[in-house]
Design a protein around this ligand. Structure first.
Ligand code: AKG
Length: 278
C-alpha cells in the first residue's frame, strides 16, 4: 500500500490514538469496528507508525495487557509470607489503609538508600513537563523498577496484594517532608483536558491506583487527607494507604497534610493500566 492512499485525517487519527496510550491491538480493533478489513488496517498502521508488518500482525493477535487492581477485601492477607491488615476501608472513593505493608527494617533501609539522592520534588505541568511547584514542597527521588533487592521485594509484594504485575508500576518514589512542608490537594490521575495528557499516558496509559507507604511516624501532622470524605489517614511507620480511581474521579482528591513536628518519609507507587516504560 502506498503512502498517498492513506488519508491525512486517518494518519492523524492513528498518531493521536497511539499517543493517547491506546495499544496497537485497540487501535486495530477500532479500525476494524469502523469498517476497515483486518489486513488493510494492519498495512495502514504499519505504514503510518513505521513498524514492521509482522510486529503489527502479532499485536493484532494479542489482547492488551490491561489490569484492574483487586482492592484488598479480607481484613488480613498473607502475601509471600508477609501479613498485611486492612484497618480502614471506604468504597467512594476506594481507600484501604494497609497496616504492616512494610517492616520497620524495610522502612529504614529505603530511607537510607534514598537519602543521598534526594532533590526538590516536581509535579507534571499542563504540557506534560516536570516542574517545581509551590503546592509540593518536599524533596524526593525515584528508584528504577527492581533497582535494589529491597525495592524488588516491595514491588512484588504490592503486585501480589493487588493483582497488578510489577511491570504496570512507575518506579518507587521516595519523598521527605520537613515541618510546614506538604502536598496540597490534587488528583493522581492525569487530566485528559490538559495538553500534556497524551505525552504522559503514551507510556502505560492512565494511572489507576496509588499506594502511599509511610516510612516513619511524624511527631505531629503529615497524614494523608481525603477532603471529599473528611478522612485523614495517620502516617504510621510501615503502614500504607491504597486508593484507586477512574479518570475524573473527584472523590479521589487527596493531600499530603503539613508536617507540624518532626519529619515525614513516604514511598509512593503509582499503578498504570498497562505496562509502563520509564
Ligand atoms: O504525602 C502524602 O501523604 C501523599 C502524597 C501524595 O499525594 C502523592 O505523592 O501523590
Amino acid at each position: 500500500m502506498k503512502d498517498h492512499t492513506i488519508r491525512p485525517e486517518l494518519r492523524e487519527w492513528i498518531l493521536s490514538t497511539t499517543r493517547s496510550g491506546h495499544s496497537l491491538y485497540d487501535l486495530l480493533k477500532l479500525m476494524r469496528d469502523s469498517g476497515y478489513g483486518a489486513e488493510q488496517s494492519q498495512q495502514i498502521v504499519a505504514r503510518v507508525l513505521n513498524l514492521p508488518i509482522n510486529n503489527v500482525r502479532t499485536a493484532a493477535r494479542q489482547a492488551p495487557q490491561t489490569h484492574r487492581a483487586q482492592h484488598p477485601k479480607a481484613p488480613e492477607q498473607v502475601v509471600n509470607g508477609h501479613k498485611v491488615r486492612v484497618t480502614v476501608s471506604t468504597d467512594g472513593p476506594i481507600v484501604r489503609v494497609l497496616e504492616g505493608l512494610l517492616t520497620g527494617e524495610e522502612c529504614d533501609q529505603l530511607i537510607a538508600q534514598a537519602e543521598p539522592r534526594l532533590q526538590r520534588s516536581l509535579t507534571v505541568d499542563v504540557d506534560g513537563r516536570y516542574q517545581t511547584d509551590e503546592r509540593r514542597t518536599s524533596v524526593g527521588m525515584f528508584f528504577e523498577i527492581g533497582e535494589t533487592p529491597l525495592v524488588n521485594t516491595i514491588e512484588q509484594r504490592i503486585a501480589d496484594l493487588l493483582g497488578v504485575p510489577v511491570s504496570h508500576g512507575e518506579g518507587l518514589q521516595i519523598l521527605h517532608y520537613l515541618p510546614g512542608q506538604e502536598y496540597e490537594p490534587h488528583f493522581d490521575w492525569f487530566d485528559p483536558t490538559q495538553p500534556g495528557f497524551n505525552a504522559v499516558t503514551a507510556r502505560g496509559g492512565q494511572r489507576m491506583a496509588s499506594v502511599v507507604m509511610y516510612l516513619n511516624t511524624p511527631e505531629e501532622g503529615g497524614g494523608t487527607g481525603f477532603p471529599a470524605i473528611g478522612l485523614t489517614v495517620t502516617a504510621m511507620r510501615g503502614s500504607a494507604v491504597y486508593f484507586a480511581y477512574d479518570t475524573g474521579d473527584q472523590s479521589s482528591l487527596h493531600a499530603g497534610l503539613p508536617v507540624i513536628r518532626g519529619e515525614k518519609w513516604i514511598a509512593t507507587k503509582w499503578l498504570r493500566e498497562r505496562p509502563y516504560q520509564a
